[in-house]
Design a protein around this ligand. Structure first.
Ligand SMILES: C[S@@+](CC[C@H](N)C(=O)[O-])C[C@H]1O[C@@H](n2cnc3c(N)ncnc32)[C@H](O)[C@@H]1O
Length: 363
């Protein structure tokens, strides 16, 4: 097919590039639709069923998972065509390959993507409102997003906290680990549903923990978790806006994947510094990104920029904030804000993680 330029004066169009790009667009479109298939699979427990009880025909899966056989057939076919499942034409059975189980069915694994698939419809929920704020300015308050968004977020980070926080991240700061072992007072800023603090409270029985957040639904889940784990005496969660500073004094303050979302990050950092004693430590987990836009490329960066457009930026702007965005706090900016807030030491810890970076910040 001949590909012509839009005007006589425009440079000639490279037909191969056009088809190459169309191929890319189709691949992304397929990824979007396949991800929604995965959201359904996660909701209905279909991947977990295939992982637990092995290959199935559509009728077998329908019976085992308690779903309609016609939908089972269509869903299985969609995922087989995408290469997420394998299909054996002899037996008409669909197989979830062992290598795909960690990402699709192993809840709590650091590679598990179920939380991300759950999060997707939550991110798209206020799309009409987002279109309006693109035109008129303003933001979208956090409570306008559905439970799927918050629960999905929680499942994504749970895998990191449970597998990396104590085992890897604290290994990089041995003096903090020792203090936690001896008994320390710890505050977590923007604690969400409390998985990080719960993990720490279990690992360090001599220490005391408080989590602050403004989102009541997350705090409710956090308190239920502490209750179930019998940790209520040493682990509590309070509804508190960290823009107002932190009530109390602490040996350690943590902020996991929060600062870039906050309306006035320097004000919050000042509150954290004030709440720390001179020997106190602030551990800051932020998104692993570059301060050069041209270096933030590839699938991970585009997912994060998309998340920024759909959630981080509109919620920050709704709270009257700076709207830094998900990728808005690369190392030089994080360092500058901490200095502005009066911290004198700032060190990136040698933690090997493609998603996050961890900073050791001290007064
Ligand atoms: C991306 S979530 C991270 C939650 C948790 N740290 C984690 O990693 O799972 C950001 C959290 O910051 C909370 N947050 C936003 N603004 C806040 C404020 N002004 N004061 C306290 N918490 C806030 C949100 O409610 C949300 O739970």
């Amino acid at each position: 097919m001949a590909v012509t330029a839009a005007t006589d004066h425009a440079p000639p169009i490279d037909g191969m590039k056009v088809f190459g790009f169309m191929n890319r667009v189709m691949t992304d479109m397929s990824g979007a639709v396949t991800s929604i298939m995965c959201t359904l699979g996660d909701r209905l427990g279909l991947f977990k069923e295939l992982a637990r009880n092995g290959p199935a025909t559509s009728h077998e899966l329908a019976e085992r998972a308690g779903i309609d056989a016609r939908y089972a057939r269509e869903w299985l076919s969609a995922l087989a065509s995408a290469g997420y499942l394998e299909y054996d034409p002899e037996t008409e059975r669909f197989v979830l390959p062992e290598e795909h189980v960690l990402a699709l069915a192993a809840e709590g694994s650091p590679m598990f993507m179920g939380g991300a698939f759950q999060q997707l419809p939550g991110l798209f929920g206020p799309l009409d409102e987002l279109t309006r704020v693109f035109r008129d300015g303003g933001g979208i308050p956090a409570e306008r997003y559905s439970h799927d968004l918050y629960s999905g977020m929680e499942r994504i980070s749970a895998g990191w906290f449970e597998h990396l926080l104590v085992q890897q991240w604290l290994e990089a700061v041995p003096d903090v680990r020792e203090r936690l072992e001896r008994g320390a007072d710890v505050a977590d800023v923007g604690c969400g549903s409390g998985v990080a603090l719960l993990t720490l409270a279990r690992a360090f029985p001599e220490s005391r923990f408080v989590g602050f957040d403004v989102f009541p639904a997350s705090l409710e889940r956090a308190r239920a978790r502490a209750d179930d784990a019998g940790l209520n005496g040493r682990l509590r969660f309070e509804e508190h806006d960290v823009l107002e500073g932190l009530p109390g004094r602490y040996d350690l303050v943590t902020a996991f994947d929060v600062l870039h979302d906050l309306p006035e990050p320097v004000r919050v950092l000042e509150g954290i510094r004030t709440a720390l004693g001179p020997e106190g430590v602030f551990l800051l987990l932020e998104i692993n990104c570059s301060d050069r836009l041209e270096e933030n490329t590839g699938p991970f960066a585009s997912i994060l920029y998309g998340t920024s457009v759909l959630f981080c930026t509109p919620t920050s702007l709704a709270a009257g904030g700076d709207g830094l965005g998900t990728m808005g706090l690369p190392e030089p900016k994080a360092r500058a804000l901490c200095e502005q807030a009066g911290f004198s030491r700032f060190r990136r810890l040698p933690v090997d993680n493609p998603f996050n970076v961890l900073y050791d910040v001290r007064p």
